[in-house]
Design a protein around this ligand. Sequence first.
Ligand code: BG6
Length: 462
Amino acid sequence: MSVFSENFLWGGAVAANQVEGAYNIDGKGLSTSDLLPNGLFGEIVERTDKNSSLKDNGIDFYNLYPEDIKLFAEMGFKVLRTSIAWTRIFPNGDEKHPNKDGLDFYDHLFDEMLKYGIQPLITLSHFEMPMGIINKYGGWKNRKTIELFENYAVTVFDRYKNKVKLWLTFNEINIALHEPFTGVGLARNSSRQEIFQALHHQLVASARVVKHCHNIIEGSKIGNMVAAGLVYPLSCNPADVVQAMVQNREWLFFNDVQARGTYPSYMTRYFTENNISLEITEQDRIDLAETVDFLSFSYYMSGCATADENKKIQERGNILNMVPNPHLPASDWGWQIDPDGLRVLLNTLYDLYQKPLFIVENGLGAKDNLHSDGTICDDYRIEYLKAHIQQIKESIKDGVDVMGYTCWGPIDLISAGTAQMSKRYGFIYVDRTDNGEGSLTRMKKKSFDWYKKVIESNGEIL
Ligand code: BG6
């Protein structure tokens, strides 16, 4: 018998802005992602016909999704995580009526998944929001954005209530602390006061939407999503241990609010010491009390924390402020590989919140070699995923309630951080280069059959 439950949700995860392309087709409006041709941490550019980006066409999932979903079904996916591009539904964010073409597109997409028995797991906002809201209302610093987001969420809940039962509110909600433009639609030089106020609005919006989801969709489950920036103390010096505790709270804090329904007490101290004073209404407190059904997170790597200023070398991964761990190898992009960290993480989150956990992103971004005979031997990817799934197994044995695992990028896509095609995560290779050349043909990598077996054996054969 497998350690994984019979209904364990195996699958993969992608995001609209990294696969769909069709950035200005069928009435779609401009989003923050469209102004970041070089990725999350790249320059914010004014959008003109001249500055195109790989994301404009992505991997053309907008047109090729039937082929891709068929391949996911062949691997036996039970679930596919993707996001709805808010700007396909409300191009500027504040229209009275939704865009019919956008709604139709997702209807077809979800039908295609359901045809194969693949459950959609849908993120409402994955690294994109309408530029219309930023230009007119100033992004999430304006309370009005809560209402606009609710309206968008209610529209899609109503529309897809018979097709989609699993939802996530904001992807990596803690990204705003590192990249406020993508996170909350604010300028990069915004103060901590402005960012935390915008985040407060986002947390309230998330909680309100959780309530709408429960009211509108029978049998629904909705979770939050945080980038797990797990850090260990660099040494057993107590000062490093304290520093690691403080740094871990930077991302745990979001789980505290979304799973417990209130701000944790340590944030009071943080806000006081940093002269941050949030406007929190009585109604906000009531709204925040509506908590998520499960906690979800991305996990790619861990890092270390130290109190020693001289050792605080900052490595840029998808989470900042991490000091490299001398015991761990790293990926081609310098992300340190730590399967044991996943067990630490799952146990920590379960001990703290006692809610089901869903690993909605994990994977290895690597350069793949396409041989002349059309094969791609990505043993390194198999090794990475195998080691991580092994640690999920250990965690389940520890008693942790894990709902599912959707590894990141089951098909090659445009990377979020650097907007590259060459940073490949997939079981399926896509013929496209960083220059945008290529036929977009899909090809199975060695890992394709491996993951198929993992799912078939419910995690027994790794
Ligand atoms: C997470 C994001 O930060 O990491 C994804 O939710 C992203 O959108 C993933 O793609 C991997 O990061 P990158 O930069 O390698 O694409």
